[in-house]
Design a protein around this ligand. Structure first.
Ligand code: UD2
Length: 296
């Protein structure tokens, strides 16, 4: 039985009494600015869906599949149909330069797929960085008035387990799986003062990934707009941040603290061994051969 089939009015819902003394103790579940950090075992999915279902929310997703990255799209879409906001209204926007190669895809009721054409590019750095501009424009042109939330996800990834209403918030960031046990001095932030993504030594909360972020439309709009304009200001100076838009996103999230933080369960990497605090992998980046798939 799926969670969404179990929804009922809160009055009739039977669920385990929440404890005030028992719960996950192997991980931190709240940030110092009091945003929840979402781990398996910290939430009740049936309860959450019973709260959100009556609100009739709709969720937009952006995914970019430019050049050879189109090969990842089928698996991304198929697994999203199995695990991403099942039972909710979901609209996936695919941005690609190869619209003819988008797999013919039948989505479940209430779920939609739209394809938007974007130019090809010879530099992968530009493809990933330009996403911010296109996300900003999509929100302005299409989403306002039609969607409540948006998630922006890397295409070279797939879902393995539930990603649902527990992830909703104003500004939502995902902790990068590669650095979450490290001291912040090791985070690969942009360290040159000349860049608008600059992070001084000794500052920073977490290292967040560029491959998944989201939230309410207006919050993500401001994030995308700010990252885009900072990226463009850098480009004018001939500067490209260490990890392109991911560096700008990290700077943004440091100044504008996310209201919800998703644990690395929400973006693991298939080549990494699973650590003991990872009880579930919900979404992960597939192993890829950069040399073979990038344009340069
Ligand atoms: C990291 C981030 C990525 C981005 C990048 C910095 C994660 C898991 N990944 O991954 O989000 O911040 O660093 O630039 O946090 N793309 C295409 N065609 C291309 C190249 C890229 O469509 O030729 C799109 C595609 O949606 C891909 C995304 O851009 O998923 C990010 O590119 P990447 O996966 O090559 O970046 P990567 O693995 O360095």
């Amino acid at each position: 039985v799926h969670n969404h089939e179990l929804q009922m009015p809160l009055d009739d819902l039977q669920y385990k009494q929440p404890s005030i003394t028992q719960g996950r103790t192997d991980v931190v579940t709240v940030t110092p600015w009091l945003a929840p950090i979402i781990w398996e075992g910290t939430f009740n999915p049936v309860l959450l869906d019973s709260i959100y279902k009556p609100k009739n929310i709709s969720i937009a997703v952006t995914v970019f599949a430019v050049g050879k990255y189109i090969m990842f799209l089928k698996n991304f879409l198929e697994t999203a149909e199995q695990h991403f906001f099942i039972g909710y209204r979901v609209h996936v926007y695919v941005f690609t330069d190869r619209p003819n190669e988008v797999p013919d895809f039948k989505m479940a009721a209430g779920r939609q797929l739209s394809v938007r054409s974007v130019p090809s590019s010879n530099r992968w750095q530009e493809i990933s960085a330009r996403r911010m501009e296109l996300i900003q424009m999509l929100i302005e042109e299409k989403l306002y008035g039609n969607s409540d939330y948006i998630f922006c996800l890397d295409v070279d990834s797939k879902f393995h387990d539930r990603w649902g209403t527990e992830s909703l918030g104003g500004l939502v960031a995902v902790i990068h799986p590669g650095y979450y046990r490290d001291d912040r001095s090791r985070f690969p932030y942009e360290r040159r003062t000349i860049s608008k993504a600059y992070m001084a030594a000794g500052v920073g909360d977490f290292y967040y990934c560029g491959g998944a972020f989201g939230g309410r439309l207006k919050d993500v709009h401001l994030l995308a707009k700010t990252c885009r304009s900072n990226f463009e200001a850098d480009a004018k100076e001939g500067v490209e941040a260490a990890w392109q838009e991911e560096s700008h996103l990290n700077r943004y999230m440091w100044i504008n603290k996310p209201s919800k933080v998703l644990s690395p369960e929400y973006l693991w990497q298939d080549f990494k061994e699973r650590n003991s605090e990872i009880h579930i992998i919900r979404f992960s980046g597939v192993v890829k051969n950069y040399a073979a798939i990038r344009p340069n």
